[in-house]
Write a protein of this length. Sequence first.
Length: 559
Amino acid sequence: MEAFHLLTRGGVTFNKKKFEKDVQLFDKSKKPDIKGAASSSSASELPPELDFFKYAQGGQPKRKGDSTDGPKAKKQKLEESDSEEEGSADTPVPVMGRQRVTAKGKDVPEAVEAFKSLGSRYEMSSLLLGNLEKSGYHEPTGIQSHGIPILLEGRDLVAISPTGTGKTLSYLLPIVSALGAPASTSKQDQGSGVRAVILAPTRELAHQIHNECLKLAQGRKWRIVLFSKATANSLNDKNVRDKVDIIISTPLRLVAAIQSGTVELKNVRHLVLDEADRMLDSEFLPQIQEILAGCSHSDVQKAVFSATLPAGAEKIAMDMLRNPIRLVVGLKDTPLPLIAQSLTYVADDASKVPTLLQYLAQPYNPPVLIFVSTQDRATSLAEELIINGTRNVDHLHAGMTKKEREDAVSRMRQGHSWVMVCTEVMARGMDFKGVREVINYDFPKSVQSYIHRVGRTGRMGREGKAVTFFTNDDGPFLKTIANVILQSGSTVPEWILKLPKPSKMKRKEMGKVKRPEFVQAARQVGRADAIKKRIPAFTTHDQLAKIHEKDRIGGILEI
Ligand SMILES: Nc1ncnc2c1ncn2[C@@H]1O[C@H](COP(=O)(O)OP(=O)(O)OP(=O)(O)O)[C@@H](O)[C@H]1O
């Protein structure tokens, strides 16, 4: 702890040379050396901060300033190293693609190297294989190569694979493939009532999974229902209810429907828990148990998926499953090496807004996701950024109405939001392909929260960048997150590594750090004027290009 105190006790003995980069963030006369920030562009080029549409089309990110310590180099190092995750002593499985996959369990089915093998080996329909192609899924990822055959062979599965590696398709494809004829047309004896249930912790994620599922099922009349109050009401009619093939829901919504008798799960043959560790935590577990009890068919295949699965959650999962196979892709509970991660010291809460404004004043890669700890802090930080001239700022938290949340997600998907301030509700599962930078404005409340938050970038082979602010109050937990960063191949200052490891008890306090209810304003004086003159929250691409042109030549903003 001594090193941390040296850094933080009022700055008297602060070693400025050693922490030059952190000091630069507070020195307005110097540009901070933010790794990954592009240098200023020539006047004839669109400024990099405006040029994100190119990226949004999926082009390879060109990060300037990457050194030999950049994510690629780190990835290489990790692949070359002999580092190994737990379970590797079990059934050896060939290395697929870039990530090591280990499987534990009896009679593990052989992995597939190409989607087309699913046609010959499992008679997967050409319609489904065609839909994969149409979606741009040409080759399976590690979790898909191994996980899909396991599920197609009817086995239960615990799958742990890093964020953005295609877990959704790994469970959707086998389910859709096993459905056969849609319930509405079927004369076969497949029972009546919903046959597959997929559970996710947030409405946004359930919605995203629903969209993926619809894409995959194109061309067949399966009824795939995203559960909401409205759909629950429509299922009051048994004739409608019996024609549903798949339900995708949050646990609470489904339990309410079970209790009111609008849904029966006795015909369910496939049950998937996405973000399994969250679903099995104390908040959701009673609901999951109720849903499990409702799935009373003698042959229910169960699968749990997550990027993180702490031992406690894994034990609960294993007890739920029958003769399961456990798959681990990459290093368990570790972000992908493609995400360049760093820690930024900001002393106290009041210093965060100025630090963030300085960060956003440099060229950055929009859209950027900014995580805060509470709903009020999300709203107030978004407001603060707008007042201070940051463009296209949006926010999202669970206290907003369903419509507001849907609109915010849709603006993000369409590329209208450049800066999205959000709470934990966006941390898990949300897939926005263009997100290149994540900022943990408030320190995460657990290692799992950290991994999922930073996992909103660096998805499906793209590079990403994640910055985590820490204050003096976060000091005791710094080492825990630093270890995760180090394990995934990014570098951490030496002094942090020398901090003592917090006890298990202490680590539990990580999520309980007290923060002010609202973020602290960057400017008190002239705030009312600033609000009146603030730039409209959303402007068109052309308007923004004009603004930047004027900014460069010192013009006055007129919009
Ligand atoms: N085989 C594939 N080829 C190309 N892209 C794919 C493939 N499989 C999935 N994807 C795309 O990769 C992205 C990430 O997939 P997905 O959201 O399923 O990741 P995940 O592992 O569930 O991540 P998280 O842990 O954050 O939930 C999505 O945009 C998806 O469309």
